[in-house]
Design a protein around this ligand. Structure first.
Ligand code: NDP
Ligand code: 8X3
Length: 260
């Protein structure tokens, strides 16, 4: 089978320093794309640029919580890396797994600033050029946590529900244009996600995946590639991806209330 070519694509990835974003960078590069790789950790970006080669990789340190930062990166792009044809809104995080009464407001705000406002900032900065060029694709990385509640998911799940609905609403607003929008919603996946969630506690992070065969970052990169390689008349709205070892559970029922 011939390899799907992304030769004519310039792909902007947020959170390319790790996990899904890094795996997307490797796979999409292998298919011929030019990449704009972003994240806060400049050293990781430079390593990836050295690994892949600077001819088709532009890197830019970006903290998506910073207003105006994306606009500056886009304005400063070398002409060979413009216009952006695919935006992968991947940067995101969860902080903690505490129940609501025990959560930190600072953590909540950080997660909202990254997972919601980060996507808004990138989309607002990059989408208008796609519309003007009548060409483009926005891929958002949501989560099963945006559909299925679980104890400790609270604000993280709320942000991913936002990402899901925003993705669908983008489709509604882009009706009549050829711009495509997809929300990819992974389940249990082993990346740096849990180390970040548990604030550097590697043992606790490891315990999340113990005895499981989780999604790998490369699996999500393949999903992203599959979406981009659909013909132009096909839009994948949402994809929910779980490892086979994960499924749904019963509703919780409190049976201790009788007679109280
Ligand atoms: P990782 O922690 O491995 O990667 C997260 C990436 O996001 C890093 O590259 C990090 O880069 C970047 N990032 C975090 N905060 C910011 C910020 N403020 N500005 C810019 N970049 C930032 O986790 P995953 O690869 O698993 O996560 C990627 C996405 O997938 C997230 O949106 C996550 O919510 C989602 N997801 C993850 C699942 C999982 O189980 N792993 C399942 C479902 C969805 P840096 O630190 O260098 O800034
Ligand atoms: C990450 C998956 O189940 O840890 O989005 O929320 S989960």
């Amino acid at each position: 089978m011939t390899k799907f070519s992304l030769k004519n694509h310039i792909i902007f990835i947020t959170g390319a320093t790790s996990g899904f974003g890094k795996a997307c960078a490797r796979l999409l590069y292998a298919h011929g794309a030019k990449l704009i790789l972003t994240g806060r950790r400049g050293e990781k970006l430079r390593e990836l640029q050295v690994e892949l080669g600077a001819d088709r990789v532009h890197i830019a340190e970006l903290d998506v919580t910073q207003k105006g930062a994306v606009e500056k990166i886009v304005a400063d792009l070398p002409s060979a890396f413009s216009p952006i044809t695919v935006l992968i809104n991947n940067a995101g995080l969860a902080l903690g797994l505490e129940l609501v009464p025990n959560c930190s407001l600072d953590d909540w705000e950080h997660v909202v600033d990254t997972n919601i406002k980060g996507i808004l900032r990138c989309t607002h900065a990059i989408l208008p050029t796609m519309v003007a060029n009548k060409s483009g694709y926005v891929i958002n990385i949501g989560s099963i946590a945006g559909t299925y509640p679980y104890p400790g998911g609270n604000v993280y799940g709320g942000t991913k529900a936002f990402v899901k609905q925003f993705s669908l609403n983008l489709r509604a607003d882009l009706f009549g244009t050829p711009i495509r929008v997809t929300n990819i919603e992974p389940g249990l996946a082993e990346t740096e996600f849990s180390v970040v969630r548990f604030k550097g506690d590697e043992e606790k992070a490891k315990s999340i995946y113990a005895g499981t065969e989780p999604i790998l970052a490369e699996d999500i990169a393949e999903t992203v590639l599959w979406c981009i390689s659909r013909p132009a008349h096909i839009n994948i709205n949402r994809i929910e991806v779980m490892p086979t070892c994960q499924a749904f559970s019963m509703f919780a029922i409190n049976r201790s209330l009788l007679g109280k």
